[in-house]
Design a protein around this ligand. Structure first.
Ligand code: SF4
Length: 399
């Protein structure tokens, strides 16, 4: 399918909008009331540090809402204003944050239901308004909504669109896209829908398996079994790993994406030699600035003396999970929570360790003076960070 031609024609449709409705001033008050925080604003102005009694809070230099998320949420609020009576749907969570999604529900925005990973669009009718979230939607979903006569409000972050453009360039030049991402994540599903031939690798280990195969060290059947759900239809590792380009889910660990790029470059160099390298390997920089800034900021934060970290963000938020990984990799007691209500009652916290179900820890805050580092993922509003800090202050004063 010519996804570029489809996008071009969709962009010219009068039922498609990707720029908002010019109602920024009208929705600013509601957004500020729901998501902004005076406490966090004052922390930003005062060196990202707060001292209350025995508690010192150190806030990461970059954290919380990125501009792509702010833009998507503002567009969703504008959409409600612009279409006060129409039914409005979102193809998925607008972003991975429970409070933001709850607020939209209260505004009458409905979420497309999902059954065993399959979305059910049967209730969506012609004339309905459908919002595509910040991490995008698959080209097949866009086609379906367009053919059904829906109004489409596309909040896909331009950084995500940039990755789609990268994989479309791969497709045009018969290059296989190696996508560093989580195969079931909505953004990676969308990106792979715009790619031609592709293979999704989760981490360095999987990338190494692919590189080994390219160098003739793999077993075909084992390879096909391992990547059965992570590649384009009819993927043939002997035919489709001759020319590769690396792209990524925008919220993956930056250092890992870069290392994967280098691994493939080295592998192609080894197999085809320096003169032919450019015919067999291409890379575009598709790591988003916001993800990079938040990861750089937590690396700086964990270098300071800390007793513990609190990482705030949705449990299905990829960029938040990577922040937690960085803290854990430095041996810091780090607690990933999705809402402030996970703290308390009493000195306890219900948190989600990496790759595990949630567990309760009681007692949570130790005795004596404590230094707590805080960061939050790109989908977490400042108001949520404020509520977490208030709860920590309350606990430290009670203890
Ligand atoms: S994290 Fe990056 S790619 Fe994702 S919405 Fe924010 S700015 Fe866009």
């Amino acid at each position: 399918m010519d996804t570029r031609a489809f996008k071009r024609s969709l962009h010219h449709s009068d039922r498609y909008n990707r720029r908002g409705f010019g109602l920024g001033n009208e929705v600013a008050g509601s957004l500020e009331q729901a998501y902004q925080s005076n406490l966090v604003a004052s922390l930003r102005e005062n060196g990202h540090e707060l001292q209350r009694g025995r508690l010192t809070v150190l806030l990461a230099e970059a954290f919380g809402f990125c501009w792509g998320v702010e833009r998507a949420v503002a567009m969703a609020y504008e959409t409600r204003r612009h279409y006060p009576k129409e039914r409005i749907w979102i193809t998925n969570e607008i972003i991975h944050n429970p409070s933001v999604n709850d607020n939209l529900r209260q505004m009458g925005v409905q979420f497309i239901s999902v059954d065993q990973g399959v979305k059910d669009f049967s209730d969506v009718a012609s004339g309905d308004v459908v919002i595509l979230p910040a991490f995008g939607a698959t080209v097949q979903e866009m086609q379906l909504l367009n053919e059904r006569g829906c109004h489409i409000v596309d909040t896909t972050c331009p950084w995500v669109s940039k990755v789609w453009n990268a994989v479309e360039k791969h497709k045009k030049h018969q290059i296989t896209s190696i996508i560093h991402g989580k195969v079931k994540h909505e953004e990676t599903l969308a990106t792979s829908s715009f790619a031609g031939t592709y293979l999704v690798v989760l981490d360095l280990k999987e990338a190494q398996l692919v590189c080994d195969y390219i160098l003739g060290k793999g077993d075909r059947e084992a390879f096909l079994a391992r990547f059965a759900k992570a590649c384009s239809p009819d993927f043939d590792p002997d035919r489709d790993l001759i020319r590769v380009g690396v792209a990524n889910q925008t919220t993956m660990l930056k250092s890992e994406t870069e290392e994967i790029g280098r691994m493939f470059e080295r592998t192609m160099l080894q197999r085809f030699g320096p003169i032919e390298l450019n015919d067999h390997f291409v890379a575009f920089n598709t790591i988003c600035d916001a993800t990079q800034e938040r990861q750089d900021a937590i690396f700086a934060l964990v270098d300071k003396p800390l007793d513990l970290m609190v990482v705030i963000g949705g449990y299905n938020s990829s960029n938040t999970t990577h922040l937690q990984e960085i803290a854990v990799s430095r041996g810091i007691r780090s607690y990933h929570i999705d809402t402030p209500e996970r703290i308390g009652p009493g000195n306890r916290i219900l948190h989600k360790p990496l790759n595990q179900e949630s567990i309760m820890e009681d007692p949570f805050l130790p005795a004596g003076h404590i230094r707590v580092g805080i960061t939050s993922g790109a989908s977490t509003p400042d108001r949520v960070v404020e509520d977490v800090i208030e709860r920590l202050i309350g606990l430290s004063e009670a203890g």
